[in-house]
Design a binder for this molecule. Structure first.
Ligand code: PMP
Length: 360
């Protein structure tokens, strides 16, 4: 026998071993403003109806593998253009993974903007793809020329553009995005996770671009606990993406409850409107605080910077307020923290805790 005994963990690829997993901090007992959840509950009539349906749900059966009823409801509620196909995911995270799995071949490149949603680059690693991040301008706008040059150079199989972007909160220039889609040799996903708070969308433009996919999620709309994402685009592409979807990935309860709640789409829409108006008041109050620089947002969160961001984040946590610390995540995010827009009471509580944390 020669050599050291191999350690079982060495069977795991080195790039996975060196990854830091997606961090979800323990939020028990905290005011939770870290994950862009909708702070409002559903009205009692609707929760009673959900309860009755859940009681009658055929949990002994697999779910409808193609999610027909839910897709029909989503088509109406989300204004999906006729002729477009839908792939459902267990959250949009799963759709990102399906896309990466479907395009990953040796040397295949996934391209994104930096800073943006961290799961794009993480999932590229999971799938063995090379990830190329194109930096945003200092004001978080998209650098169209840099993006087009990077496309020319790297010929990405897959590009993700979050619209609005997380964690910066802004919408990119639609004309630049259209040029990127037209120039891309592969698929371009416009990730509209925050669409409900933005009022701008590429959904109506799907017909213009055979390589465009629009991704949405119910997570920010008020149904984060259900885990449902959707990818919309041409059948010529999505019929293949659907093959890497695991059978029955969207469970019986999610399909049933999402269909029911979406039939009352005005409820979620009303909550989104309340969040949008709270966002304006939170922004102006943040901007009124000495030492705080707050960025405008088209999403349900606000990015702001302070000096000593790490310490301020920890002091907020000691006051039982959980937000997201982005300081150090990217050079453009130096000193940045991100807060989800909550209810008026929650936002007031957050602002008080922030004022006290800044004064400490
Ligand atoms: N896209 C963006 C831009 C996001 O910010 C998030 C969640 N933070 C997601 C996708 C994933 O959402 P989910 O998996 O809950 O649908």
């Amino acid at each position: 026998m020669s050599g050291a005994t191999p350690k079982p963990e060495e069977a795991i690829r080195p790039e996975i071993r060196s990854l830091k997993g997606y961090q979800v901090p323990d939020a028990s007992g905290m005011l939770k403003l870290d994950a862009m959840e909708n702070p409002y509950r559903l009205p009692a009539e609707l929760t009673s109806e959900i309860a009755a349906r859940v009681a009658a749900a055929p949990l002994n059966r697999y779910p409808d593998a193609s999610g027909r009823e839910l897709k029909a409801q989503l088509t109406t509620t989300m204004g999906i253009p006729t002729g477009m196909q839908i792939v459902l995911g267990n959250g949009s995270d799963e759709l990102i993974q399906m896309l990466a799995l479907a395009v990953a071949r040796p040397g295949a490149v996934m391209m994104g903007l930096e800073p943006s949603f961290v799961m794009f680059s993480m999932i590229a690693k999971f799938a063995g793809m090379q990830y190329v991040g194109v930096p945003l301008n200092a004001d978080f706008t998209i650098d169209g020329e840099a993006m087009l040059a990077a496309i020319e150079r790297h010929k990405p199989a897959l590009i993700f553009i979050a619209y609005p972007n997380n964690p910066t909160g802004n919408l990119f220039d639609a004309d630049i995005i259209a040029r990127v889609i037209a120039a891309a040799p592969g698929l371009v996903v416009v990730d509209e996770a925050y669409h409900a708070f933005a009022g701008a969308s590429f959904m109506p433009r799907l017909g213009e671009f055979p390589n465009l996919l629009v991704m949405r999620t119910l997570s920010k709309l008020g149904l984060a606990g259900l885990r449902l994402g959707l990818l919309v685009g041409h059948g010529a592409v999505l019929d293949h993406v659907d093959k890497v979807r695991l059978p029955y990935n969207v469970n019986v309860l999610t399909q049933m409850v999402a269909s029911l709640v979406l039939r009352h789409g005005d409820v979620l829409q009303g909550q989104a409107q309340a969040i949008v108006s709270e966002r304006a008041s939170l922004l102006s109050r943040l901007r009124g605080m000495a030492g705080v620089k707050a960025h405008a947002s088209e999403a349900n969160f606000i990015l702001f910077s302070v000096t000593g961001a790490g310490a301020v984040y920890n002091r907020l946590k000691q006051r039982a307020v959980l937000i997201k610390n982005l300081d150090g995540a990217h050079p453009l995010l130096a000193g940045c923290l991100r807060v989800t827009v909550g209810t008026p009471v929650e936002n007031a509580q957050f602002l008080d805790a922030l004022a006290a944390s800044l004064a400490e």
